[in-house]
Design a protein around this ligand. Structure first.
Ligand code: PRX
Length: 652
């Protein structure tokens, strides 16, 4: 584990600007009483119980929390249904004809699903799943582009109590196969293809390839997004078209009463070692957590149009495109494409087209917009915006200020929200009507959350010092376990400091008790907001017949936050040339997906190792980032790293 870099600490310590919530925002904010923090701290269970009462329950809970470290049960004995709370109850209220989902397709096609329409579509697909033999508890894999059917499929799973496992559509067939097999999914829901900057991504072909080694899959449901041009081959007896199974299905479907602790979904994420971990989230606590935070952090109002630009394949999309907003009866915008297609101002035109009020995106996107220049947003009004958010990685103060000035036009508060797949919900963030913000700081833990920055021994560090971010109390949307691997759950998150959740993030707290996130302290990279482990990329590289060994590091990258550098030793007799570099990059894309493509590959004759043969990635990072080499005394052969450095400087 490496400590947060001194350079990043020093830069952040210089940041002194603060921005108070604008007065008119403060007056109307959903969270406008500063006493909320104390109340939640004094009696967290009463705080969460009050929030839980905003949901509709079939059976009330008997106990708010049962906490046998590290096993949590929230709202014990309660029964509800997540889809019922996100759709049906609104469809049977004054919100019936309110837009639940506004969908903007990449080629410019669009549609609106009201709560009433969404209820019927969810019911149809829920019945279709049942007709394919899916019962409560069966896992359903979903591998799609950003089309409305993706949200419908999730909610249909929730309606019948079948946990979904969504796999980001940018993952390669092998990554999909691995996730399907770990979850032992029964059905895959996919599209014939997806649009990506005007070209077709053949999703169904990847599913076909993945399914060559997935014994548990019985059926594949295919949404016709592209049509004949996608050339999707349908396998008789296994594959069915979405429109055919839903046309045949009834639009009435009673919601399955689910225990508070029944699994809602599993979502795979990268860990430091081994295969991706299936993060398990359950029903009631998760929904309470995401709906509460969505209401307070995004200050959602009845008339708002809210847009989170994440992909639903990641946790941000689960919690803050679908479950949080819909539980609150909000209007959630879903966009299929990329920010630069057909033009680099697509986001800004979408904001004006629909009058978006709340906009939530990632720092890597903001840094990209900065590069493209201020003229593009200046062509648009953006006057509907009232609140901006960021997520996924630390935001550098320059990007924060740019976002504030050129998108928020100095009028919109910014919520920098820290959380993880594992936490399910936002844990550290400003409350926009209460918290003065500082560019680059996620500010304070939300009400009910107890976070601390500790040193290696687990003692709290003082103001200004760096350490490890830990969480000291359970929260409703916390992960419950790793699917099929409870030991790894304990080991990974609860063993470094007994009884305390270890986040894997470096952090500092300033003299105002504000938290400044400093990035991962383990071997997890954050590339353009995507979480990728060095281990996964190394495994993909050594899988190639020419590679003997590989060490992968994330190095600072101006736009992506981190870029991927790979140091590779080749087998005897293999010629190290540029063609091979490209072949290796393509090999990684084929095994994992384009998000894991190494930015640079560096052929070396040896890797720096300790006397116990562990590769010292820390030193490779020092070399790649041009720093003075850190401590080399534990190396088996210090000359290796010296040679590497010279070679890197010559070639790099
Ligand atoms: O390192 C932190 C970073 O993203 C990690 C979690 O990644 P993932 O599970 O993919 O979830 C991303 C979206 C919630 C964290 O361990 N991270 C996330 N948000 C922030 C952040 N780092 C700094 N500031 C943030 N606001």
């Amino acid at each position: 584990m490496s400590a947060p870099s001194e350079k990043s600490l020093a830069a952040l310590l210089d940041e002194r600007r603060t921005f108070a919530p604008p007065e008119d925002f403060r007056r109307r904010a959903n969270a406008s009483d500063p006493g909320i923090y104390d109340r939640a701290l004094r009696d967290p269970e009463a705080f969460w119980a009050a929030e839980a009462r905003q949901l509709d329950w079939f059976t009330p809970w008997q106990k708010v929390l049962e906490w046998n470290v590290p096993w949590a049960k929230w709202f014990v004995g309660g029964k509800l249904n997540v889809a019922y709370n996100c759709v049906d109850r609104h469809a049977h209220s004054a919100r019936r004809n309110k837009a639940a989902i506004i969908w903007e397709g990449e080629p410019g096609d669009s549609c609106v699903l009201t709560y009433g329409m969404l209820e019927r579509e969810v019911n149809r697909f829920a019945n279709a799943l049942r007709s394919l033999g899916v019962a409560k508890g069966d896992r359903v894999a979903i591998y799609m582009g950003m089309v409305p059917e993706l949200a419908i499929a999730m909610l249909a799973c929730a309606k019948i109590g079948a946990p979904h496992s969504i796999v980001f559509g940018g993952f390669a067939a092998e990554a999909l196969r691995e996730r399907i097999n770990d979850a032992k999914a029964k059905v895959v829901v996919t599209c014939d293809g997806a649009w990506r900057r005007g070209s077709i991504v053949p999703l169904k072909a990847s599913v076909d390839e993945a399914l060559r080694g997935t014994p548990t899959i019985q059926s594949v449901v295919v949404v016709r997004r592209i049509g004949d041009a996608a050339k999707a081959a349908m396998q008789a007896g296994r594959d069915v078209w979405w429109h055919e199974v839903t046309d045949a299905a009834s639009d009435q479907c009673a919601a399955e009463p689910m225990d508070a602790e029944d699994m809602l979904f599993v979502l795979y994420t990268s860990g430091t070692t081994g295969k991706p971990k299936g993060i398990v989230h359950t029903s009631a606590g998760y929904l309470v957590g995401v709906s509460t935070t969505h209401r307070y952090v995004f200050d959602i109002k009845e008339e708002d149009v809210y847009w989170c630009t994440a992909d639903i394949g990641w946790v941000t999309g689960h919690s803050y495109i679908v479950y949080g907003p819909l539980a609150n009866g909000a209007t959630s915008l879903m966009y299929e494409g990329t920010p630069d297609y057909p033009d680099r101002d697509r986001f800004w035109s979408v904001i004006d087209k629909y009058g978006v009020n709340i906009f939530y995106t990632a720092p890597t996107a903001i840094r990209t917009f900065m590069r493209w220049g201020t003229e593009l947003p200046a062509r648009h009004s953006l006057s509907s915006l009232r609140l901006l958010g960021t997520v996924g990685e630390p935001i550098n103060p320059e990007a924060w200020i740019w976002y504030h000035d050129y998108i928020g036009r100095r009028r919109c508060p910014i919520v920098d929200t820290w959380w993880q797949t594992e936490t399910g919900m936002i844990l550290i963030s400003p409350l926009p009507g209460l918290t003065a913000t500082k560019p680059g700081s996620a500010t304070r833990p939300l009400p009910g959350i107890v976070a601390e920055v500790v040193d290696a021994k687990g003692d709290a560090v003082g103001p200004g010092a760096g350490g490890y971010l830990v969480l000291k109390r359970p929260w409703p949307a916390m992960m419950r376990t790793i699917y099929g691997d409870p030991d790894r759950y304990v080991q990974q998150y609860w063993s470094r400091y007994p009884g305390v959740y270890f986040t894997g993030d470096g952090c500092k707290v300033d003299e105002d008790s504000y938290f400044w996130l400093l990035g991962r302290v383990d071997d997890v990279m954050n590339v353009a907001g995507h979480r990728i482990s060095t281990y996964e990329v190394e495994s993909a590289l050594v899988d190639h017949s020419s590679v003997a060994e590989a060490a992968v590091i994330g190095r600072t990258h101006e736009v992506k936050g981190q870029g991927i550098s790979a140091f590779v030793t080749l087998k005897e007799g293999v010629t190290p040339d540029d063609a091979l570099k490209n072949e290796l990059k393509q090999h990684v894309v084929g095994k994992i997906g384009a998000i894991a493509r190494p930015d640079e590959i560096f052929f070396v004759s040896e890797l720096p190792k300790t006397r116990s043969a562990k590769i010292m990635r820390r030193l490779l990072r020092d070399i790649a980032e041009g720093r003075i080499l850190g401590d080399t005394t534990t190396l088996a052969d210090p000359a290796v790293v010296a040679r590497l450095k010279t070679q890197y400087q010559e070639e790099g």
